[in-house]
Design a protein around this ligand. Structure first.
Ligand code: HEC
Length: 114
């Protein structure tokens, strides 16, 4: 019983400390994402994910999982686009996660055609 209780306590402390770590991290990551978007993406996709370059897609409010998958495909060279292949080459997994967080977190409002 003694062991069981102390194990439980250890587990709770681990969960708590992981929680703090994640929270402390997400603030830093959102700043890191902003800096990356500013330097690497906004010239074509905009800070708000509304494309400035006419051939570039809008990214605002896109599914996070979809964004991550596409950025990995561009980085691996499996999805071909001369501009995106160059941009994605320099991205780490953490960068991709942060950038996907950034663009997926942008709130959008849609209206179907009447
Ligand atoms: C020089 C312009 C340019 C820059 C800079 C750029 N992109 Fe792109 N991006 C494009 C174009 C053009 C496409 C469409 C490519 C295609 O047809 O596959 C695209 C496609 C994408 C897609 C796929 C969207 C979809 O609907 O499938 C994602 C995700 C993306 N870009 C994210 C980013 C991120 C994140 C950055 C910054 C790290 C970035 N891009 C920087 C031009 C750019």
């Amino acid at each position: 019983m003694q062991t069981f209780t102390s194990r439980n306590l250890q587990r709770s402390l681990l969960v708590l400390s992981l929680g703090c770590f994640v929270n402390a991290n997400s603030w830093a990551d959102s700043n890191a994402a902003r800096a990356k978007v500013q330097t690497l993406c906004q010239v074509c996709h905009g800070m708000d994910g509304v494309a400035i370059l006419t051939e570039a897609p809008n990214l605002s409010g896109q599914q996070k999982g979809y964004l991550i998958a596409q950025l990995r495909l561009y980085r691996a060279g499996t999805r071909h686009d001369p501009q995106m292949n160059i941009v994605a080459k320099s991205l780490s997994d953490a960068d991709i996660e942060n950038l996907a967080d950034w663009y997926s977190a942008i709130k959008i409002k849609v209206e179907p055609p009447k």
